[in-house]
Ligand binder design. Structure first.
Ligand code: AHG
Ligand code: MN
Ligand code: MN
Length: 313
């Protein structure tokens, strides 16, 4: 399986996918997205940090980097030749690429999550959600793959095709080589990542967070969904929340581009992801810009959040 003299952990992404007999077209898609990340890295390091002068579907001001990253990834998806439809956090509509639903994949992606953190030099990421066929409005449990690329002190990529969660790091040749496979999170954690404003939490969420603090959990919140989730996956413990708020009953994070892919990865790693009332991956999206509250991480923490919210809202 692995070349003599090469340890398993020098194996590159394409070989790893091939050796696990992943579908050839899905392998091609995942490798194209990994390739796209090289150009995104370059745009982060050297690109214009200013505003693009446009805004996205959510009325959020788009940064030049959002638009540039979006364009880079769209081009690679089209170039892959295996995409039917694609939709991005930065575009208002689904973009048809090929009518050939049977053999191709549809992709929802957040090209640069946390982009407003680049100018203060904090870690940001790309989040990808992949379905078989043309339908993007289906429950997240039907994803065939999910992945993210984290542009931090190191560039790492984490993916799952439903057979475990595996981490790769970009080497000096800008190739992704395996760091660890079959990542698992523990049942309970010791870090918490509380998004949103505490004074707008519901009584159930407030009680959940107070319980975490009283149990000695450490607060770790960067404001970037990808590094905050990556920390829980790689350390193997913790819970992230961006809950329902008094003035935002659906929280902030987007179901298609942020919550479904991360929920898929977290469940594959033995964790859980809930709105506080239902499993994220069971929600059937009604529209591109659907948002949902989220509690994601160690399954006992998520279960406790659901308990408090059931009792106190
Ligand atoms: P994006 O930059 O793609 O709009 O996403 C930002 C998100 C996510 O990265 C993070 O968890 C959340 O915004 C942080 O929100 P607050 O700044 O309200 O904490
Ligand atoms: Mn985002
Ligand atoms: Mn974004």
């Amino acid at each position: 399986m692995t070349e003599p003299g090469k340890t398993k952990f020098q194996i590159d992404l394409r070989r790893y996918l091939r050796e696990r007999n992943e579908n050839r077209d899905l392998t091609r898609l995942i490798c194209e997205l990994a390739e796209a990340s090289k150009y995104v890295i370059n745009s982060i390091r050297t690109g214009d940090l200013g505003v693009a002068g446009t805004s996205n579907l959510y009325g959020e001001q788009q940064l030049a980097l959002d638009v540039l990253s979006d364009r880079i990834i769209r081009k690679r998806l089209i170039h892959s030749g295996v995409v039917a439809n694609m939709v991005s956090e930065e575009t208002a509509d689904i973009i048809p690429v090929s009518p050939d639903c049977e053999e191709k994949y549809s992709v929802a992606f957040d090209p640069l999550d946390g982009s407003s953190l680049v100018d203060v030099n904090l870690a940001v990421g790309t989040i990808i959600s992949i379905y078989k066929g043309c339908e993007l409005f289906q429950a997240g449990r039907n994803q065939v793959a999910a992945m993210y690329i984290l542009y931090g002190p190191r560039t790492t990529m984490v993916y799952s095709t439903g057979n475990g969660v595996h981490e790769f790091a970009m080497n000096q040749l800008m190739e992704y080589t395996l760091v660890q496979e079959n990542i698992q999170v523990e049942p309970r954690g010791s870090i918490y990542s509380p998004g949103g404003q505490r004074n707008k939490y519901s009584p159930g969420t407030e009680k959940f967070v107070r319980n975490l603090e009283e149990s000695g959990a450490k607060l770790r919140y960067s404001g970037g969904f990808v590094p905050d989730i990556n920390q829980i996956l790689i350390k193997g413990r913790g819970v992230f929340l961006y809950p329902h708020l008094q003035d935002a009953p659906n929280g902030k994070l987007r179901l298609l581009f942020e919550l479904n892919p991360m929920a898929f990865l977290m469940e594959q790693a033995g964790g859980a992801a809930s709105t506080g009332r239902q499993r994220i991956l069971d929600i059937v999206p009604g529209s591109i810009d659907d948002r949902a509250p989220v509690f994601i991480g160690c399954r006992e923490e998520v279960a406790r959040a659901e308990e408090y919210i059931a009792a106190e809202g």
